[in-house]
Design a protein around this ligand. Structure first.
Ligand SMILES: NC(=O)C1=CN([C@@H]2O[C@H](COP(=O)(O)OP(=O)(O)OC[C@H]3O[C@@H](n4cnc5c(N)ncnc54)[C@H](O)[C@@H]3O)[C@@H](O)[C@H]2O)C=CC1
Ligand SMILES: O=C([O-])CC(=O)C(=O)O
Length: 261
């Protein structure tokens, strides 16, 4: 059987995890054809290791006729490339889901996918349980929210950081708003909030709280979706964001598996 052709956008931490899983034989139904990166030297080194093409941009990658592209780059890359990818008959797996907090863009992406018979897969990223969260949200007028806990160091260089957080002994709520506001303030750190909101009641209606927890390493995300008589809580702690890269590997396995989780 012909292998499905796989491309990756992003040559960083998560892109390397996806490529490494392919190299290590976890995705035998796929051929990794190319990786797009912004830094040529780094992309060349990674693609040499993988034995695939080094691509300077999305056009180079699309010339290789991929069936699936996994994005592990940035919100801007999704904004710039998603429609082009889908219109070229290629399916897209997204990690920088924050781009979809923009309803108009999200709707355009959906319409492009429908028109070209392609699909967008929202990877579970650093969280998960979208199946049950979505199920509960279908059952009635749900309320949904996500509470994120992280150490103060990981808030440095963001608008939420304040020096006292580094010496505080108690945890502090540093953000209370919706998923649109959250991704606006932290464009690379709360994709999980936007993904959870898309699975439930939408970015404008999903409540997001972020707590700075002294000494905490990694992130804990607790997502709740609730209607009268049913409550789902999904709580995921991870010391690094590697789980997000692995979630793309899980999507790619689901796509070819006779059993879908
Ligand atoms: N959904 C989720 O739960 C999570 C999502 N993420 C998101 O995944 C993405 C990747 O994260 P990491 O691998 O940790 O970041 P990283 O910074 O290690 O790697 C990203 C790489 O993509 C490249 N890149 C950025 N924009 C590009 C573009 N337009 N074209 C080509 N290459 C581009 C950068 O040069 C960089 O090497 C980020 O947007 C991050 O916010 C990260 C963690 C969890
Ligand atoms: O890794 C995490 O815990 C969450 C994250 O960066 C994101 O949602 O973008």
């Amino acid at each position: 059987m012909n292998k499905l052709r796989l491309g990756i956008i992003g040559n960083g931490y998560l892109g390397e995890i996806i490529a490494g899983a392919w190299r290590d034989g976890l995705l035998p139904e796929y051929e990794l054809v190319g990786i797009v990166g912004r830094t040529k030297e780094k992309t060349d080194a990674l693609t040499k290791e993988m034995g695939c093409s080094s691509c300077a941009g999305i056009d180079d990658l699309l010339e290789l006729k991929p069936d699936y592209i996994a994005e592990a780059a940035s919100g801007d890359s999704v904004r710039d490339m998603a429609e082009k990818i889908l219109a070229n008959g290629c399916n897209l797996i997204v990690l920088s889901i924050g781009a979809f907090a923009d309803k108009e863009f999200y709707e355009k992406v959906k319409a492009t996918a429908v028109k070209h018979n392609t699909k967008v897969y929202i990877a579970s990223g650093a969280v998960g349980g979208f199946d049950v969260l979505r199920t509960v949200s279908l059952m009635g007028e749900a309320t949904a929210g996500i509470e994120t806990r992280k150490g103060p160091e990981s808030l440095m260089y963001t608008p939420l950081f304040e020096e006292h957080l580094m010496t505080d002994e108690e945890s502090t709520m540093v953000f209370d708003g919706n998923a649109i506001e959250a991704i606006g303030l932290l464009p690379t750190k709360v994709n999980v909030a936007v993904a959870s909101s898309l699975a439930t009641v939408g970015p404008d209606k999903t409540r997001v709280n972020i707590h700075s927890v002294p000494g905490m390493i990694g992130d804990d995300h607790k997502i709740t979706a609730e209607i009268e008589g049913v409550k789902a809580v999904v709580d995921i702690y991870s010391s690094t964001s590697a789980i997000a890269g692995w979630s793309v590997v899980a999507v790619l396995q689901n796509i070819v598996s006779p059993i879908v989780f």
